[in-house]
Design a protein around this ligand. Structure first.
Ligand code: HEC
Length: 158
């Protein structure tokens, strides 16, 4: 019996080692603020920026912080996937790449998603308690969204 346990343990350990080499996420990150960054393209007050930074940048910007456990599979796969999908959907570092026609919808969604507690992704909050949005944070973001939407509308009256 002891021998079987030993074999099982060794097989699991080898399996764990092998998966470390599979599908490693591309852990890119930068502190560069490119000309297409949301803070360059729109007016982002400091209090709004600090909320976005604290609660959204890990998945929706190129400024992702990759903690040690994101180097270890299978956690690395889950986090890598969230970041890839999050950036693809909306990347604050490349706000200029969002077609003008879609920016209004994206802004609207920001307020909707946070009000519905869909964002930040709930599993993320387990390890990032500080990213949880207070009611005040939500109000600040939604008021900012309103202001920016109004600007877009004034610039493109229908
Ligand atoms: C842990 C990663 C993570 C964090 C943190 C995060 N998001 Fe997301 N977000 C995602 C992923 C992944 C998607 C894409 C979901 C999909 O395609 O189904 C997404 C999608 C979105 C969308 C598009 C929703 C849609 O239906 O099209 C908005 C808007 C959004 N997030 C806003 C935010 C805001 C605002 C924050 C910060 C308050 C935030 N997210 C924090 C991962 C994250």
């Amino acid at each position: 019996m002891k021998k079987i346990l030993k074999i099982v343990f060794v097989v699991l350990l080898l399996g764990f080692i092998v998966i470390q080499f599979i599908n490693r996420p591309d852990k890119t990150t930068t502190t560069d603020i490119t000309p297409g960054h949301i803070t360059k393209v729109m007016t982002v007050p400091a209090n709004v920026e600090s909320i976005l930074k604290r609660s959204c940048y890990d998945c929706h910007s190129d400024h992702t912080v990759w903690p040690w456990y994101t180097s270890i599979a299978p956690a690395s796969w889950l986090v890598g996937d969230d970041v890839t999908k999050g950036r693809k959907k909306m990347n604050f570092s490349q706000w200029d790449k969002i077609p003008a026609a879609k920016r209004e919808a994206r802004l609207n969604e920001i307020c909707e998603q946070i009000k519905a507690e869909e964002m930040p992704l709930p599993p993320y909050l387990i390890l990032h308690g500080d990213a949880k949005l207070s009611q005040a944070d939500k109000d600040i973001l939604c008021q900012w969204v309103e202001i920016e939407l109004k600007k877009l509308e004034d610039a493109n009256p229908e």
